[in-house]
Each structure stands twice: as C-alpha cells, then as structure tokens.
Design a protein around this ligand. Structure first.
Ligand code: NAP
Length: 296
C-alpha cells in the first residue's frame, strides 16, 4: 500500500510553533501580512481565504489589497514600493504569475528582501543561490517540511525535481541541493525540454513534482518504491462536484497506488503546509523588523 503523506499534521505543527513564537514575545504589535492581488476572480481568491484563516489561527494581522486588473504595471510597482516603506507592514505577498505587461520580478523587487515574504524577488533568489537565504518561497519550504516530517530520503540521496520555474521548481531544487541541515541531496532538475522523463527520474528515491499537469506521473516514469511529493495543483472538470471541478496534482494516485512508497494527496498535501510556511516567514520578517532578531 502507498502511504499518504498528509499535509495537515505538518501544517498544524508549523502553525503551533508560529503561534507560540508570537505569543512568547508578548508584543503590542502583531506580525502584519498584506497580500496584493489583481482585482479579479482568480484562483488566487481561494488562496487568499486560506491565508486569512491561517493568519487568524496563528495571530498574524492579515489584509488583502486589490490593485485592480486594469491597473497599469506602474501602479503595482508604486504600491509595492509604498508597502516596502510602511513600517506597520512586515510582510507582503504578491499574486503570481501575472500576465504581460506586468513584470513580476521587477515589481516584487521593489520590496526590501525581508518583506518579500514569498522569497521570489531576484534579490531573494540570489541569496538562496549564495547559500545566505533571507526569505525562501513558501512552497519550497513546504515541500521540504513534508520531506523532513515524514523522513523521506533526501540527504546524500538522488532526488528529482520536475519543473524549473523561478518561483517553485528552481528554488526547491536549490534548497534541496543546499548545505542546510538534512538537505544535501543529489538533485536532477527536469523540465519540458528534458528528452526522457522516465530516464531522468529512474534513480530518484524522492520525486518532487512542480508542473501543473494532472496525470503526468504514473508507473511509466516514477521508479517503483519512490516517494512522491506532489506540488502540482490544477483544476480539472468533475461534473460530480458542486462547482463542476476538483483539484488535482501532477501524479495519478490510482496508477501509483501500490507502486510508489508514499505520495502526498492533492488537495491536502503541500497546499496547507505552504500557507503555514507563509505565516512562519511573515513572523520571521516581524522579528527582524522589530529588532528581536537580526536578518541573515
Ligand atoms: P509554471 O511556471 O507553469 O512552471 C511549470 C514547470 O513545469 C516549467 O518549468 C516547465 O518547464 C515544466 N514542465 C511543463 N511540462 C512538463 C513536462 N511534460 N515534463 C517536465 N516538466 C514540464 O508553474 P509554477 O508556477 O512553477 O507552478 C507549478 C505547479 O505548482 C502548478 O500546478 C502550481 O499550481 C503549483 N503550485 C502549488 C503550490 C502549493 O502550495 N501546492 C504553490 C505554488 C504553485 P519549462 O521551464 O521548460 O517550461
């Protein structure tokens, strides 16, 4: 039987640690997180609700701010620069991807590194490469938190990351290959131009999939006995569901049942842990802003 690597216990334990860290300080001012998004009915709306719920749970003051879908990219850049200067705001998350003509790296680059809570600015990504991270993408932290919690084989082991986007796959690969405790993996990075997916995954003991293509991973490419951390999140039509659709990961869970050693479910795997990591990162930014700790 394939073991289900549930995200809830990992998220609960991360949220408990964040809540305790905030309470222990007894500060008048709680950590403050602002989530900036376009004013549209995007899947990001669902994510915003989860952010608000997790923030209330741990004691982070949360608000979301719409810049307006029709806003010029300059309006977003100016707003982020203002939030970057606002001493009452510790952490800022920016919806992504953003369609052209928005220049996401330039916009998020307006934020000081500690406030770029999802670690996706060129400056934060550079710090990750330099092994001196400030903020790291929450989704990469979440995938790693799951691997650590369930003691998946990472240190010194062959692992594969499928997907190389600057905000998900690439930072995760850098984190896994880093010298951080219990990392030091031997990483194969796979992408859409890789000729032989099955060959690239054949030695991996743990596969992290960050693509957004339901059903990509099955018995034809995942080696038997591998652990699969499914970061992919897509909406697929399902007339049996109230909204006519459901969430799906990159892995085909039916095909991998009895084949993979373990697999994170979608939904309920990496997603809740990502939100918990976001709250932990916002709380770190607050510790730095209030002088309790020095930023790295
Ligand atoms: P993205 O920007 O579209 O990147 C997808 C990556 O997958 C690209 O690097 C692409 O390669 C690669 N790829 C596409 N088809 C492939 C194939 N057949 N074989 C191997 N690689 C392939 O997406 P993203 O923003 O990185 O997000 C990836 C997934 O993670 C999405 O499903 C997203 O919803 C999900 N996500 C989940 C969470 C969470 O908390 N669970 C958080 C963030 C994102 P190229 O570089 O060659 O184009």
């Amino acid at each position: 039987m394939t073991r289900r690597l549930e995200g809830k216990p990992v998220a609960d334990s991360r949220n408990a640690a964040t809540r305790a860290a905030i309470a222990a300080r007894g500060d008048q001012r709680a950590p403050s997180l602002v989530s900036v998004h376009r004013d549209i009915d995007s899947p990001f709306r669902f994510y915003l609700k989860r952010q608000a719920k997790a923030a209330a749970e741990v004691g982070v003051v949360f608000r979301d701010e719409a810049v307006g879908d029709a806003a010029h990219p300059e309006a977003l850049t100016a707003r982020l620069a203002a939030l970057g200067r606002d001493p009452a705001v510790d952490a800022v998350l920016v919806e992504h991807p953003l369609p052209p003509p928005f220049d996401f790296p330039a916009a998020v680059g307006e934020l000081p590194l500690p406030k770029d809570v999802d670690g996706v600015s060129p400056g934060n990504l550079g710090r990750l490469v330099a092994q001196r991270p400030v903020q790291v993408p929450a989704v990469a932290l979440a995938a790693v938190a799951i691997a650590r919690h369930y003691e998946l084989p990472i240190e010194g082991e062959p692992v594969a990351v499928v997907g190389r986007s600057e905000t998900v796959g690439l930072p995760l690969a850098l984190l896994l290959a880093s010298r951080a405790p219990r990392m030091n993996a031997t990483v194969t990075l796979v992408h859409s131009r890789s000729r032989d997916l099955a060959g690239a995954l054949s030695r991996a003991r743990t596969v992290f999939s960050c693509v957004g293509r339901p059903g990509l991973l099955d018995r034809s490419n995942v080696p038997p006995g591998a652990h699969v951390v499914d970061v992919g999140l897509s909406s697929v039509p399902d007339p049996t569901r109230p909204g006519g659709s459901r969430s799906a990961g990159d892995a085909n869970p039916e095909a991998l049942e009895g084949w993979a050693d373990s697999l994170t479910p979608v939904p309920g795997g990496v997603g809740p842990v990502t939100v918990a990591e976001l709250m932990a990162s916002a709380t770190r930014a607050w510790s730095w802003a209030t002088g309790r700790e020095s930023p790295p």
